[in-house]
Design a binder for this molecule. Structure first.
Ligand SMILES: [Zn+2]
Ligand SMILES: [Zn+2]
Ligand SMILES: [Zn+2]
Ligand SMILES: [Zn+2]
Ligand SMILES: [Zn+2]
Length: 258
């Protein structure tokens, strides 16, 4: 392989077109999106060598793997390098195992720095919002049972000047004073009947809101309760690497022991 590159290099200088082996035709897609139909002359762990026609001459051009997005024959740097590592397994750099790069320490191999966080605007950095459940008031909703509730139903001012809850039935009515708030009143034989303390709300006329389970708040969906959100916009590129990979310092990117 090395020899073929050497011949290719020589031909590059001499502009000759004599080759021992027929080159394979492939479509080469570059990282910048460019596509080119080329003859693949050779390849190794660093690069591929493609043969292109320039006027009447054939030229060999080296294309490093890091400029290549894709080759139509499925050849990848990973596969070539894996073979290379197998062939050189006794000589590989202990630090990178012959991969030549290591995960960047600064960004943990992400290639992007962790985004700065800013206070969540949706919850004013509280992490929670007031419960949006229907009728929820500080975690409580009106008791669903027909217990006597202040302000609900017909209330009249009694002779004592206090409010009374009036229940009408068949042209008559019955009343209970404010002191009976929280008592359960149900129709029995066509008449309202007071059954005493409402067992559902225990006389409080209110029960826990099902949505917030009585908390009165719900976690902020925007920040998931974290009180802060990532700053808008793209995360900054890591200044220490490219795409999360940093050249292995131990072998200076050669992949082999010194
Ligand atoms: Zn190394
Ligand atoms: Zn990095
Ligand atoms: Zn009740
Ligand atoms: Zn609620
Ligand atoms: Zn929030």
């Amino acid at each position: 392989m090395t020899l073929r590159i050497a011949i290719g290099g020589l031909c590059l200088i001499l502009g000759c077109g004599i080759y021992a082996q027929a080159a394979e035709e492939v479509v080469l897609t570059y990282k910048d999106g460019r596509k080119e139909k080329v003859e693949l002359a050779s390849y190794d762990a660093e690069q591929i060598v493609v043969r292109i026609k320039v006027g009447k001459n054939l030229m060999d051009v080296k294309v490093p793997w890091d400029k290549i997005q894709d080759l139509s024959n499925g050849l990848t740097a990973e596969r070539v390098r894996e073979k290379w590592r197998e062939a050189n397994k006794d000589k590989l750099c202990a630090e990178c195992q012959g991969v030549r790069t290591v995960n960047c320490v600064k960004c943990g191999g992400e290639g992007k720095l962790v985004k700065e966080r800013v206070p969540c605007g949706a919850c004013k950095a509280e992490g929670v919002l007031t419960c949006q459940g229907k009728d929820c008031d500080k975690g409580k909703v009106p008791c669903p049972e027909p217990c006597i509730k202040k302000g609900v139903g017909e209330w009249v001012t009694g002779k004592d000047g206090n409010p009374w809850r009036r229940y009408r039935f068949g042209g008559q009515y019955v009343e209970w004073s404010e002191g009976h708030v929280g008592e359960l009143v149900v129709m029995e034989d066509g008449k309202p009947a007071n059954k005493g303390n409402c067992p559902t709300c225990n006389r409080t006329t209110r029960v826990d809101c099902a949505q917030c389970k009585g908390a009165g708040t719900q976690p902020c969906a925007e920040c998931k309760g974290e009180k802060s959100v990532p700053k808008p916009g793209a995360a900054p590129d890591c200044p220490d690497c490219e795409g999360g990979k940093a050249v292995c310092k131990a072998c200076k990117g050669k992949g082999l022991k010194e």
